[in-house]
Design a protein. Structure first.
Ligand SMILES: Cc1cc2nc3c(=O)[nH]c(=O)nc-3n(C[C@H](O)[C@H](O)[C@H](O)COP(=O)(O)OP(=O)(O)OC[C@H]3O[C@@H](n4cnc5c(N)ncnc54)[C@H](O)[C@@H]3O)c2cc1C
Lengths: 792, 286
């Protein structure tokens, strides 16, 4: 007898396989929404408000209407049948806003759509837009969140009692007493400025009307097709049999394509009413001034700790600049509340208290943006942690090690109520410390003649793959915690896996195929991952909040396992063996060490087409549908380290190194994970050093082009170093944790700490991002003034 | 972001170009790298676009008796790599590497940049540090203009709408001379916050000629004449440079803008002045 080794099915999870979508996307064969061309397609352009807050006195459309090539000119009254967009929430102290699809009576931010023009092409539509005159009567308005939060400030919405549309308190323990009794206290004021997403593909929508079926399909560059279908359907009174949303290739979102937009509703309504297809592709300026923005928060915070550097209490006051409207579906509370939820971070802090306010300002609505609130929370906390370390003369790693939750302390509930499950908090810190060779840097840090060198750490934890028990946004009456997958083997033996997620750069076609392939025993390229089409799934929301690998990946595991049971049962009947004797791999279904072996096309033929081999009751459809809901979520953690050097004369800040040690559980595809970390970190670098949506005193955006709104280019991003830790796998199917946003969460704080470290000899702290050479110049001048005055 | 409609003509000769420009609201398009964005924003809405890209007379770079003549259509990347320019004016190559990105350098032209007259742009700065002159052709014939006459204000020059730049003359630099360029910009390829270009020549260990040009600190690029005068005749060493760098910012009153305060810009002037003068000196000496 020959020895037989146990059969091991080929592994695809964990392999850096080349992305399946690459050949299409990298050779220009991707199909984006703007690529769609259909007969009689009409093109939409908008006249947008050039006022921050004003009453609309008159709109003169006469000249535009008669321009050759113009199909129609529409104002708010033409959409009176569409309810205002409003984002409900069960959160206490939340006041919804009402956003008409076109500004009605008032405009509330520069860029708000006021008039829609439909024409035979976009050129004519813009010619017509130039002929339209809108008379405004500007109103007093408070532009900054600080000013708008004043109870006496002019209100942006007459229907609201004040500009504060949401507020909330968090309380754990007795923070005030603990702070009073503590040996040491550090505090500070921290802030970040507004950001925009800058996807390579701007927002784009094509609503196609099919007269034969009297049906409407919205092709949308969105990452929430299910939410868009449900809500536009509700607004226009169309159900799924008349209305479908499809996302083709989507060129990035980063959150900017993750909310419902008025333009999307208008495109659908016009196509449905006029019974012809309508296209709108926003240009770069529209994309910058009229897509959701984020990160505009101020935090005042205090951290109390004992002589040994153990944290005792944390107190925070958070003010969010939420813009003109509370965005659908996430609401205005999304980001500011998230800041408070994540403020306590990965540390043991017994006492916590926080107050949060979200305030309306005459600026574009804020919405999700990679990291949502956590970059601000981590900036504030990690700056305080470094301040605490320097108060006691501890190293930044020492103080973190003393306070990070230890392996045996999980699950740990932080002051905001979030529960961390086991994740490599300490392991990431140690890996980061080892990587940067601190001692070698000390000499360079000390020698300040040529360069000011600084090093900064930031540790954080985040909740990913959030299940139905926790709303992605507070009080949002929508289930974002479940995913349904249908996996089938068709009559040709091909495998398709249908999801309601919506990849817009996450490589889900590859990673989900890897999961299905490994579980089923086929090759990844044999699996056709189908997603982003609401007609193929009963329910589903999309891809956001680092959920698709955990929830989509989880349901892929469960559904494929269920399908495998069916496959094995059929094969067992065929071979006359027990189902447990059957193995699959490399596209074959077989009994090891026998010549019983068939491939997937063969089993499909036997099941679907062959009417004699199997008894009728054994000819089951090889299809399974499963739903998965992780109920809570899973904890991802990381430590980022930044090393910067500053030119003492020009104050140019060069990011020399950025190192990330992260624990995202089991890696599905390391190549993809690295790519996500790299992209996230690049956005974090932008937030730390470059990107800043500025508004002048009248609320006019003054950084509305990519010349003024500066995103990092490859020249500003160093070679990024990433180490993956798998401390202990979570118990969700597959053991995956979400990691799409982490890069943006840790990098800003690490860079702020590094720049502060580089400036330590001047006693300057960087608490507001982005920090630029010009701002540094001002900080140094201010500090010099202080010194001069105290010397007098 | 679509331009208003316009008529498009593409003359093949200089004569045809001059004739095509004799029209209400005609505008030349060269590389299109500044003009097209302005048209897309509808900041300019020319009735007629005169595309000069087919006019061969505008392309050559040739040695003349007194220096080098660079054709108006010379792309930034050609100037960056051209042997004749590298030999006589290595500073051009050094500066061109800082202009935008490769794709833009492949299209953008010397005359387009000069006529666009951005106060932070590299070409205007090079023109004044190299004592270049601009050759302009109109219905009345050809004329030569100095940078002082040419640049009036940000995005404003003295060229008439019916004229075109045909070339730029760079006189040969003095003997024993060194040049250097440096700028601070927010990102690689961005317009400079402040840019500085220096040319020094040395005779018997003294500064014989000093030229320092600054961009980004005034409506047009400027020469730091007070500094230049202070340095000429002094011993050619770093201490003498150090002694005069504060003069570089004399009489400059840059504006605040959203990205850089006037104070920050001003603080860069002596820093960049010292760096380019020191490097130019080193190169002159070797
Ligand atoms: C992203 C980006 C970054 C950039 N960064 C920089 C930078 O760092 N530094 C820098 O210097 N530039 C920069 N530029 C501008 C670039 O250098 C342009 O190429 C240059 O300013 C214009 O040259 P052009 O040939 O493209 O001119 P065009 O855009 O074709 O024309 C510009 C103007 O010059 C006029 N014109 C052109 N040729 C002639 C002629 N022969 N006679 C008379 N008038 C003429 C046109 O009518 C128009 O008014 C940047 C551009 C972009 C898009």
């Amino acid at each position: 007898m020959t020895d037989t080794l146990p059969y091991i099915r080929p592994k695809y999870i964990g392999q850096s396989i080349q992305r399946l979508e690459d050949s299409r996307l990298l050779t220009g064969r991707g199909r984006y929404t703007a690529d769609r061309k259909v007969p009689r397609m009409a093109h939409l352009a908008f006249v947008r408000s050039d006022q921050a807050y004003a009453r609309i006195c008159n709109i003169d459309t006469e000249e535009a209407k008669v321009l050759t090539g113009v199909i129609g000119v529409f104002t708010a009254s033409d959409f009176a049948h569409i309810p205002d967009i409003t984002a409900p929430s069960k959160m206490l102290n939340y006041h919804a806003t009402f956003c008409p699809v076109l500004a009605r009576d008032f405009v509330r931010y520069v860029g708000e759509p006021v008039v829609a023009i439909l024409a035979v092409n976009r050129y004519v539509a813009e010619d017509a837009a130039a002929l339209i005159e809108v008379d405004y009567d500007p109103r007093d308005v408070a532009v900054t969140a600080r000013a708008a939060s004043d109870p006496t400030a002019p209100r942006l919405h007459d229907s609201l009692e004040s500009n504060t549309v949401c507020s909330r308190q968090f309380l754990a323990g007795d923070c005030a007493t603990a702070i009073d009794a503590a040996a040491h206290v550090v505090s500070g004021q921290f802030s970040m400025t507004r950001k925009t997403s800058v996807s390579i593909e701007p927002r784009a929508y094509v609503a196609e009307y099919e007269s034969d079926k009297d049906m409407l399909t919205l092709h949308s560059a969105t990452n929430i097709p299910g939410i868009v279908r449900d809500e536009i359907g509700r607004l226009l009174g169309l159900r799924g049999n008349k209305f479908r949303v499809v996302t083709a290739d989507v060129g990035g979102s980063f959150g900017g394509k993750g909310s419902l937009y008025p333009e999307e509703v208008i495109v659908c309504d016009l196509a449905w009413r006029l019974e012809r297809s309508v296209k709108y592709v926003s240009d770069r300026m529209e994309d910058i001034i009229a897509s959701s923005q984020a990160f505009g928060e101020e935090v005042e915070a205090t951290l109390a700790f004992d002589e040994n550097g153990h944290f005792i209490a944390l107190k925070a006051d958070i003010l969010g600049d939420i813009g003109a409207y509370s965005i659908y579906p996430w609401t205005a509370a999304l980001e500011p509340v998230q800041v408070a939820s994540f403020m306590p971070g990965p540390y043991r802090i017994p006492h916590y208290s926080a107050t949060v306010r979200g305030v309306c300002t005459p600026k574009p609505p804020t919405g999700p943006y990679r990291g949502v609130g956590r970059p601000m929370a981590v900036l504030a906390l990690e700056r305080l942690v470094d301040k605490a370390a320097s108060t006691l003369g501890l190293s930044p790693t020492d103080i973190r090690r003393r306070n990070l939750i230890k392996a045996d302390e999980f699950p740990h509930r932080i002051g905001s109520g979030i529960i961390w499950n086991r994740s490599g908090f300490h392991e990431c810190l140690t890996a980061a410390e080892d990587a940067v060779a601190l001692t070698a840097l000390q000499a360079e840090r000390a020698d300040r003649t040529e360069k000011w060198v600084g090093i900064g750490f930031a540790s954080y934890a985040e909740l990913t793959g959030i299940g139905s028990r926790i709303a992605v946004a507070p009080g949002m009456p929508m289930n974002t915690g479940a995913e349904t997958a249908t996996i089938r083997i068709d009559a040709t033996g091909a495998i398709s896996a249908v999801f309601a997620i919506s990849s817009h750069g996450q490589s889900l076609e590859t990673t989900l195929a890897q999961i299905v392939a490994e579980e089923l025993g086929v090759l990844p390229e044999d699996v056709n991952v189908i997603q982003g089409d609401t007609s193929l799934t009963p329910h589903g929301t999309g891809t956001y909040a680092s959920r698709s690998a955990v929830i989509g990946g989880g349901v892929a595991v469960n559904a494929t396992r269920a399908l495998l049971v069916k496959v094995k049962r059929v094969a067992a009947t065929l071979f006359g063996v027990k189902p447990s004797d059957i193995q699959t791999g490399n596209g074959n279904i077989f009994v090891p060490n026998t010549n019983y072996s068939i491939d997937f096309p063969e089993i499909a033929r036997v099941v679907y087409s062959d009417m004699s081999t199997l008894p009728q009751e054994a000819r089951v459809t090889l299809e399974v549908q499963e739903t998965y809901d992780p109920i809570f979520g899973t904890t991802t953690s990381a430590t980022h380290v930044a090393i910067v050097e500053i030119d003492p004369e020009t104050l140019y800040i060069k990011l020399r190194r950025l190192f990330v040690a992260e624990d995202c559980g089991r890696l599905i595809n390391p190549l993809v994970v690295d790519g996500q970390v790299h992209g996230g970190v690049a956005q974090g670098i932008g937030a730390a050093l470059l990107e800043d949506l500025k508004f002048d005193d009248a609320g006019q955006p003054i950084t509305a082009t990519l010349a003024d709104y500066r995103v990092p280019t490859s020249a500003e991003v160093p070679d990024l170093e990433v180490v993956h830790i798998e401390a202990e796998l979570p118990d969700n199917p597959g053991g995956f944790r979400g990691m799409g946003e982490g890069g943006t969460i840790g990098a800003p704080a690490a860079i702020a700490n590094a720049v502060t470290d580089a400036l330590s000899h001047l006693g300057i702290e960087v608490n507001a991002l982005p920090i630029t050479p010009s701002k540094l110049h001002a900080l140094i001048a201010l500090r010099q003034d202080e010194i001069d005055r105290s010397n007098e | 972001m679509k331009p208003a409609s316009f008529e498009y003509v593409r003359p093949e000769t200089l004569n045809d170009a001059v004739r095509a420009l004799d029209h209400d609201d005609a505008k030349i398009i060269a590389g299109g790298q500044s003009l097209v964005p302005m048209m897309n924003f509808r900041l300019v809405q020319p009735e007629r676009l005169v595309d000069i890209n087919r006019i061969e007379a505008l392309t050559p770079i040739v040695q003349t008796d007194s220096g080098v003549r660079v054709g108006a259509l010379t792309r930034h990347v050609e100037a960056e790599c051209h042997p004749l320019l590298k030999e006589h004016f290595p500073i051009i190559s050094e500066a061109m590497a800082c202009v935008a990105h490769v794709a833009i350098r492949n299209r953008g032209t010397i005359a387009g940049s000069l006529c666009h007259a951005d106060p932070s742009a590299e070409w205007p700065l090079l023109l004044i540090v190299l004592n270049g002159e601009i050759e302009i052709l109109g219905g009345a014939g050809s004329r030569m203009v100095t940078p002082n006459e040419f640049f009036l204000a940000p995005l404003m020059t003295e060229i008439a709408e019916t004229e075109l730049v045909t070339g730029v003359h760079f006189p040969l630099p003095p003997f024993s001379c060194g040049m250097a360029f440096e700028e601070v910009s927010w990102r690689a390829g961005d317009f400079a916050v402040v840019a500085a270009a220096a040319l020094v020549s040395i005779k018997r260990d003294r500064f014989a000629e000093v030229r320092l040009a600054l961009g980004g600190v005034f409506d047009t690029p400027v020469r730091a004449t007070a500094l230049e005068e202070g340095l000429v005749g002094q011993s050619a060493n770093l201490d003498e440079i150090e002694a005069v760098v504060s003069l570089a910012a004399k009489d400059l009153e840059p504006n605040d803008d959203p990205h850089a305060s006037a104070g920050y810009r001003l603080s860069l002037v002596p820093v960049l002045a010292r760096r380019v003068l020191a490097r130019a000196l080193e190169r002159a000496a070797s």
